[in-house]
Design a protein around this ligand. Structure first.
Ligand SMILES: *Cc1c(COP(=O)(O)O)cnc(C)c1O
Length: 360
């Protein structure tokens, strides 16, 4: 018998979230970002559900290979491009778009005599200081790419925002201005906005948006869940109650005895822990749903188990469904308690969690 920990992926929610993004971005094309195994929801599964996207964005060549092997024929953009010269023939064979962000990649391209066409995206660093060419170099790099006979002359231009989730942070406005100035006379489609850019920076829609989080119903906006923003969570993480106990006032629950029972009370034990990807940093008081009723963690998260204060769920019994996050319990709330962001939690499911799909 497999363990009870279950990640249910709501395919309908993925599709509706894509439609909601389209409503917001008008004519802009949507690159569905499916890196990190579709933010933990499953790469192939998400790509099939989002077959309406205009392209997929992945972090690595290996993910592009997986999508092609799954029969996905759509445009795929590898967001950090080739990691070494030998990757280029794979990019060409699999017809993957390469983001070119560094002089070393440019040098590999310039000595590559492979006649097969390669589509590239030229990435500018407008202030995040992670990947990209300096804006001052944009024209020269663009010209060098245009001079290559085996690089498609239709070169897309992109940059990435560092703080677009802070709607009053003028770094984003400065990044947009730097990008516009650097690319003013260059031909090619433009792409700036990620999810938070779509929500907060309508002037950054341009030709392509690159959206991850919103498709999964996830938010990185402080204090707001995906649901608050009008999107639906695409993952519900659940398990079962495997023990219900009476514990006397003054007794302590779990490792390091961090939770002291303030009264005689009922506690529950659910079959999930940090070995499944539930965050060990989630403290006592972190909400869970037991048979639909809101209860709270009591004591430390262990590897295979969590302990729950059942005072708000008096009828709880062994076998009841326990929801850790999902439709009625925003993952953002758990992430805030655990000191991280929603993406980190959905990306963190381990191999022993069973994934199932529903159409809803
Ligand atoms: C991850 C990523 C995105 C998508 O970001 P979200 O905040 O999830 O929408 C877009 N562009 C690049 C370059 C990325 O790495």
């Amino acid at each position: 018998m497999s363990r009870a920990a279950l990640a249910t992926i709501h395919l309908g929610a993925l599709r509706r979230n894509l439609a909601r993004v389209r409503e917001r971005v008008g004519a802009a094309k949507v690159m569905a970002v499916v890196k990190a195994d579709g933010y933990g929801h499953g790469l192939e599964r998400v790509a099939r559900a989002l077959s309406n996207a205009d392209a997929f964005g992945v972090a690595s060549l290996g993910d592009g290979l997986r999508l092609r092997a799954a029969g996905i024929g759509k445009r795929i953009v590898v967001l950090s491009g080739p990691d070494e010269a030998a990757d280029l023939s794979e990019f060409r064979r699999l017809q993957l778009d390469a983001v070119i962000h560094h002089e070393s990649q440019l040098a590999w391209l310039e000595s590559d005599r492979d006649p097969r066409n390669l589509r590239v995206w030229l990435k500018m660093d407008t202030g995040m200081h992670r990947l990209g060419f300096a804006p001052d170099d944009a024209r020269a790099v663009h010209a060098r790419l245009r001079a290559l006979p085996n690089v498609d002359s239709d070169i897309a231009l992109m940059t990435h925002f560092a703080a677009s989730d802070e709607f009053d942070n003028d770094l984003t406005a400065r990044q947009i201005a730097a990008f516009d100035a650097a690319t003013r006379d260059l031909q090619g489609a433009r792409s700036l906005a990620n999810s938070a850019g779509v929500l907060g920076w309508p002037q950054a829609k341009n030709d392509w948006v690159r959206v991850g989080g919103l498709l999964y119903g996830l938010s990185v906006i402080e204090g707001k869940s995906g649901t608050d923003l009008g999107f639906e969570p695409a993952m519900t993480l659940s398990t079962k109650l495997i023990a219900v106990n009476r514990v006397a006032r003054g007794e302590r629950v779990g490792y390091a005895a961090t939770f002291e029972c303030p009264q005689d009370m009922t506690t529950g034990v659910a079959a999930i822990g940090y070995g499944d990807g539930y965050p060990r940093s989630a403290p006592s008081g972190t909400p869970v749903l037991v048979d639909g009723k809101r209860a709270a963690l009591a004591g430390r998260v262990s590897m295979d188990l969590v302990t729950i204060d059942l005072r708000n769920a008096p009828g709880a019994k062994v076998g009841d469904r326990v929801v850790l996050w999902g439709r009625d319990l925003p993952v953002e709330e758990i992430a805030a308690r655990a000191g991280t962001i929603s993406y980190d939690l959905t990306c963190g499911m381990t191999k022993r969690v069973l994934f199932v799909e529903d159409e809803g």
